[in-house]
Write a protein that binds this ligand. Structure first.
Ligand SMILES: NC(=O)c1ccc[n+]([C@@H]2O[C@H](COP(=O)([O-])OP(=O)(O)OC[C@H]3O[C@@H](n4cnc5c(N)ncnc54)[C@H](OP(=O)(O)O)[C@@H]3O)[C@@H](O)[C@H]2O)c1
Length: 326
């Protein structure tokens, strides 16, 4: 595993924390509204190394989660090529301390949610499964917004059944629908919350204006937008989340290059070499250091990649390294 920080073998790295390190989850930067982030405390399981974040004031999760979009077929369509490995990935994620898993009815569609229930239900105490509704899937690689209240209600009911839960801890509106007033879509999620089918409401692919409109209707506890080393277009949304104590869940945390895969650069290579880490791990550590509200959900279909990604929870970058990557 040369050049990759492994699951065993991270201790020396933690012990060699540099002075001036921007510690992920620094309490001084904790969010408002009673939502706080904690720094890592003698972490046991790898994901615990990232510290915790409290979503919506009552869901405490380790600040490195798992995105379950990649445990489906190509084009996020149909069954995965290796269903047994997909199940192992989910189970191993939990073994390694992941207690926040992100999915959506649209992944497969339905495949990811079913696999999660088949692999992990009955769920261990404290495991939070966040799902989403609001996108239709006419075919592989096709995603069509549907924010009609009747669709969102039906989608939520379907997710409750597939995930085998009585209430969804975090239900996220997947994407604004230009054909439906935002207030109508969010209003329906507020009703589902009142009825106890949803514990908390989150949004995805939202601008700061859309977020402000949604927050006038119901408390919004998280935003899931594309954000990574190369695409920082949601910096303003991240700023709102950090200030106001909402979780910011960056999707595509690793896909930072123009090719859709993380591309190396001299700076990234230098930082990775200094830590005996991979550039993927540096990309995750950079996110964690960026804000105490950051809750990355790297996705993979392979146990080996999962282990590599989660080991990054313990990778602490120095202020100088963060400057280099700025
Ligand atoms: N809200 C939204 O609109 C939205 C959109 C997209 C995604 N998401 C969510 O965000 C999560 C993450 O996004 P994402 O999956 O698009 O992007 P990502 O996590 O940045 O990258 C995943 C890709 O990187 C590869 N990978 C992962 N770890 C690796 C490693 N250590 N070495 C080499 N390759 C590695 C995976 O391939 P292998 O399978 O081969 O490891 C996969 O192709 C998704 O699972 C989903 O939950 C949300």
């Amino acid at each position: 595993m040369s050049g990759v920080l492994g699951i065993a073998g991270t201790t020396s790295l933690i012990q060699t924390l540099h002075a001036g390190t921007a510690t992920a989850g620094s309490p001084s930067a904790a969010g408002a509204q009673g939502t706080t982030a904690t720094p890592p405390k003698s972490p046991g399981a790898p994901a615990e190394g990232a510290g915790t974040f409290t979503i919506g004031g009552d869901l405490i999760v380790n600040r490195l989660g798992f995105g379950a979009m990649r445990i489906t077929g190509p084009g996020i369509w149909g069954e995965p090529k290796d269903p047994a490995e997909a199940r192992r990935v989910l189970q191993r994620a939990v073994e390694l301390g992941v207690n926040f898993i992100d999915t959506a009815d649209a992944y497969g569609p339905e495949v990811s949610e079913r696999l999660i229930a088949a692999s992990l239900s009955p769920y261990p105490r404290g495991l939070i499964i966040a799902t989403k509704g609001g996108l239709l899937r006419p075919g592989a690689s096709q995603w069509v917004p549907d924010g009609r209240p009747e669709h969102l209600r039906e989608a939520c009911e379907g997710s409750l059944k597939r995930l085998k839960v009585a209430r969804i801890d975090l239900y996220q509106f997947h994407h604004p629908d230009p054909k439906v007033p935002l207030e109508d879509s969010i209003g329906e999620l507020a009703r589902l919350r009142e009825q106890g089918k949803i514990r908390h409401v989150g949004v995805s692919n939202f601008s700061t204006d859309e977020l402000a409109r949604a927050r006038r209707i119901v408390p919004i506890v998280s935003v899931q937008n594309r954000y990574n080393l190369a695409d920082r277009s949601s910096e303003d949304v991240l700023g709102v989340c950090t200030r106001e104590g909402l979780a910011f869940i960056p999707w595509a945390p690793l896909a930072s290059g123009s090719t859709g895969k993380l591309e190396s650069s001299p700076a990234l290579d230098q930082v990775a070499a200094a830590h005996g880490a991979s550039i993927m791990q540096v990309a995750i550590a950079w996110l964690l250091a960026r804000s105490p509200a950051m809750l990355p959900i790297p996705g993979t279909s392979s146990v080996a990649h999962l282990e590599e990604d989660l080991a990054a929870a313990r990778l602490q970058l120095t202020a100088a390294e963060l400057k280099l990557l700025a």
